[in-house]
Ligand binder design. Structure first.
Ligand SMILES: C[S@@+](CC[C@H](N)C(=O)[O-])C[C@H]1O[C@@H](n2cnc3c(N)ncnc32)[C@H](O)[C@@H]1O
Length: 330
């Protein structure tokens, strides 16, 4: 099955690219796909069938999908639990989000429950946009969900570990890695970094948003956590990090820096905040525990053609050449 899944994945990656999805569904960015409310054209062009099925969450004629992918690939997709036959049509059993080089497996919209794994949102893309261009050292991704970050970028030789508390997310991560023919990522069900040991050159986390009163009914564990995970994570990081390591966390931070690594931990903290000022807002935080101590924040203004925070934003803030005012948090 591994070989068939990898062959199916190669076909799917050729059919479901970010550019093809944008053109077919008329979205400007992949996180906007769940807002598509159109129906597939009739007859459905074969090239569009995989996109309507696995991205737009719509049933498509089995004949159109077979013309796009071939009968053997369609049979593998059904056997692997990616699609369900319903007479002459196929319905999606999961969705496939094209992120970077990979296809991220997530739940169909109708799947309810706290353990639901939703389509990647902007936060996924903010974190991925801030990754180093090459990840050469050992990489620990916490709260990895269906392994979007690991799937988005090329495999590496050093160890990679992706952890999550949600077994359903890890099952989808396993399926996504199998479709990518990847065996370079170790998956583990763990609270934060439990069992990860030390020596990580890169530690990343796209953290769920703390809800001190517990999960609201509409939330999944993907979106919200009962406790403040970054606050619990910061003090653990010195023991996890290799010398010279980098930490990237998507989290909420206030204008005074609460939510970022506390000053007492030292190192260089760069906060790229993309929510408007006032109260807690979303930000990408880069922390280099061994770098000379500093703590700065700056706004990143997003818009059309500039939808996500990037590593260039972090570098510009750190180098003092960011176009917006940089605030010293000390
Ligand atoms: C915002 S989602 C990010 C998922 C993925 N990394 C991405 O960027 O698309 C947060 C993830 O953290 C996981 N999570 C929640 N509590 C956790 C904990 N205590 N330890 C590890 N992961 C946790 C959730 O299950 C969810 O997959």
């Amino acid at each position: 099955m591994d070989r068939e899944l990898a062959a199916l994945g190669a076909r799917l990656r050729g059919a479901i690219t970010p550019r093809a999805v944008s053109a077919c569904l008329g979205v400007s960015a992949i996180p906007a796909v769940p807002r598509v409310d159109a129906a597939p054209p009739s007859p459905c062009p074969p090239a569009a069938a995989p996109i309507w099925l696995w991205c737009a969450d719509r049933a498509v004629p089995a004949s159109a999908l077979a013309r796009a992918l071939g009968d053997a690939a369609v049979a593998t997709a059904i056997a692997a639990g990616l699609a369900i036959r319903d007479g002459d049509a196929l319905a999606p059993a999961v969705l496939l989000a094209p992120i970077g080089a990979g296809l991220v497996v997530c739940d169909v919209a109708a799947r309810a429950g706290d353990d639901r794994v939703p389509w990647p949102d902007d936060s996924t893309l903010h974190l991925i946009g801030c990754l180093p261009p090459r990840v050469d050292g050992a990489w620990l991704d916490l709260g990895a969900g269906p392994a979007a970050a690991a799937l988005a970028i090329a495999p590496g030789a050093a160890p990679r570990r992706a952890t999550d508390v949600n077994p359903r997310a890890l099952a989808w991560a396993r399926l996504g890695l199998a479709l990518a023919g990847r065996a370079d990522v170790t998956l583990a069900e763990a609270d934060l970094a439990a069992g990860a040991g030390g020596g990580w050159a890169l530690v990343t986390m796209n953290a769920p948003i703390p809800r001190p009163t517990g999960l609201a009914a509409a939330d999944s564990v993907w979106h919200a956590s009962a406790d403040d995970l970054p606050a619990r994570l910061w003090p653990q990081l010195p023991a996890l990090c290799a010398p010279g390591a980098e930490v990237l966390v998507h989290a909420t931070v206030d204008d005074a820096g609460a939510g970022a690594p506390p000053a007492a931990l030292g190192g260089a903290v760069i906060v790229a905040r993309y929510s408007p000022p006032g109260g807690r807002g979303f930000a990408l935080i880069r922390w280099r525990p061994d770098a000379p101590a500093r703590r700065v924040a700056a706004p990143v203004v997003l818009g059309i053609g500039r939808p996500f925070v990037t590593r260039a934003d972090l570098d510009a803030i750190e180098a003092g050449r960011h176009p917006h005012p940089t605030v010293d948090l000390r």
